[in-house]
Write a new protein. Structure first.
Length: 164
């Protein structure tokens, strides 16, 4: 993420998704936070987002942050898709959710994320659309159950280095 959003108060709040929407959550519905299973997957996802929004990868500094997640109610997308007739995982990951939103409609991936949020799940584990060997986790901060948590590793040090 860009340094201006790397402040701990934004990192695991999901405010950007609530305002702008994302692949797994329609705009204005709920907060969602995205994380990758490895640094390599995080970089691949970030580079794709840079190109989608016309940002040159080396144009601005970026911050990579590790998050400690302890969740108890997460849906594995591949298993969910297997149980839903007519939905193909590859098509779901390739869906142009922004183009669907531009037509004032909710994308299928957003509908799935919204339904999971409505049902009280804490998040979903998805195959990375950038590298099928990787996993991403999308979690809903407003839905964390008792005993679940999300915390920034090294938050105190990050606070010292990130300008407020």
């Amino acid at each position: 993420m860009e340094p201006k959003w790397a402040h701990p108060k934004y990192l695991i709040a999901g405010v950007g998704t609530r305002i702008h929407g994302s692949r797994w959550m329609p705009r204005g519905v709920a907060s969602a936070v995205y994380a990758a299973s490895t640094e390599a997957i995080a970089l691949k996802e970030a580079r794709h987002n840079f190109s989608r929004y016309g940002i040159q990868p080396r144009q601005k500094p970026r911050v990579l942050v590790e998050v400690d997640l302890r969740l108890s109610a997460v849906v594995a997308l591949p298993a969910l898709v297997e149980a839903l007739p007519g939905i193909v995982l590859a098509e779901l990951l390739a869906e142009s959710w922004e183009a669907v939103n531009d037509r004032d409609s909710e994308s299928l991936s957003q509908a799935l994320g919204r339904c999971l949020w409505d049902l009280g799940y804490e998040g979903l584990r998805v195959t990375s659309a950038r590298d099928a060997r990787g996993q991403n986790l999308v979690w809903f901060p407003d839905r964390l159950r008792p005993g679940s948590s999300a915390s920034i590793c090294g938050e105190e040090e990050l606070n010292r280095w990130i300008a407020t």
